[in-house]
Write a protein that binds this ligand. Structure first.
Ligand code: NI
Length: 163
């Protein structure tokens, strides 16, 4: 396993729509393992493949922030959402910046697991926020794109100052 280099704003891969994964080969298996290691090394709770420069629909997350308790989702898709709440959110691709981002409280989504078996889950709270954040990455969207104009500017400023 290896810690991969993180793609940081405004890398173009972060603005692209990621490609569907049709099969898990050794290449994807290695990528998944490396993404998990990279997420923990960066103290993140979620990571999407575009954040390590790979435009594929793969996300990993660790809502319990405990090694070994991570989830891997391939081609995730939100089916339904419920409620709304605001909370502070950061992003490994925007170090130093955080925004108060509105998200659904509860989401039901389907995906494939790392063996390409279909899964369907309903999650809420931090887990739901992570899923929405990582799915945004697969659509080429960052928290900046979820913020109002002035908040967007202040996030970009904090990010630049931290560089
Ligand atoms: Ni992010």
């Amino acid at each position: 396993m290896a810690v991969l280099k993180l793609s940081v704003y405004p890398a173009s891969v972060l603005a692209q729509t990621a490609k569907e994964v049709t099969e898990i080969t050794e290449v994807e298996e290695r990528l998944i393992e490396d993404m998990i290691e990279t997420m923990y090394a960066a103290r993140g709770v979620g990571l999407a493949a575009p954040q390590v420069g790979i435009s594929k629909k793969i996300i990993v997350c660790s809502p319990e922030t405990k090694k070994g308790s991570e989830y891997v989702f391939i081609n995730p898709e939100i089916i339904s959402v419920e409620g709304e709440e605001r909370d502070y959110e950061g992003c490994l691709s925007l170090p130093g910046a955080a925004g108060n981002i509105k998200r659904a409280k509860k989401v039901t989504f389907r995906a494939r697991d790392r063996n390409m078996k279909p899964v369907k889950m309903t999650v809420s709270g931090l887990f739901a926020r992570i899923i929405q954040h990582e799915l945004d990455h697969l659509d080429g969207r960052l928290i900046l794109d979820r913020a109002g104009f002035s908040e967007r500017q202040s996030m970009i400023d904090s990010f630049r100052q931290g560089k």
